[in-house]
Ligand binder design. Structure first.
Ligand SMILES: [Zn+2]
Length: 145
């Protein structure tokens, strides 16, 4: 049995991901954003727990780690190199990290956090921990007392 973040078929579109057409969303269901399912409160809380475990300070990024690329594709991209630098902003020098990936070079403030992992093994472990956390939650998404 493979574990997953607890979810239910979308009650608005019945799992089709489609709903009545409008100019902005076309026929995409607003409730599930077209994927046909929604997290339960428990699944949502566990998913947020999982994402939080991948919050990494930009200053701690290293070559060989992977960052979540939301710019073009939602996928992990490997960091090829990292260079500490600084940006001048409002006459102040702000420490930054220049992150080079196959998608180009990104400049991130060192104090910012990004979604990153060391490797797939770490990601799997984070997922296991999130499922363990999910198992401790009540239906309302709060830890059982
Ligand atoms: Zn839906």
């Amino acid at each position: 049995m493979s574990q997953q973040f607890e979810n239910v078929t979308c009650t608005r579109c019945g799992g089709t991901g489609k709903y009545s057409w409008n100019r902005i969303e076309l026929d995409r269901c607003r409730k599930c954003t077209g994927c046909g399912w929604c997290f339960t409160k428990r699944g949502q809380a566990a998913w947020e727990y999982y994402l939080a475990s991948q919050n990494v300070l930009a200053s701690e990024l290293e070559a060989g780690m992977f960052i979540w690329d939301t710019i073009k594709n939602n996928r992990w991209v490997r960091i090829e190199s990292v260079k500490a630098s600084e940006a001048i902003w409002n006459d102040r020098a702000i420490p930054t990290m220049e992150i080079k990936t196959s998608r180009g070079t990104h400049c991130i403030f060192q104090e910012n956090t990004v979604r990153a992992i060391k490797n797939e093994e770490q990601r799997k472990q984070q997922m296991i921990e999130a499922f363990e956390y999910q198992a401790t939650l009540t239906k309302t998404g709060k830890p059982a007392k």
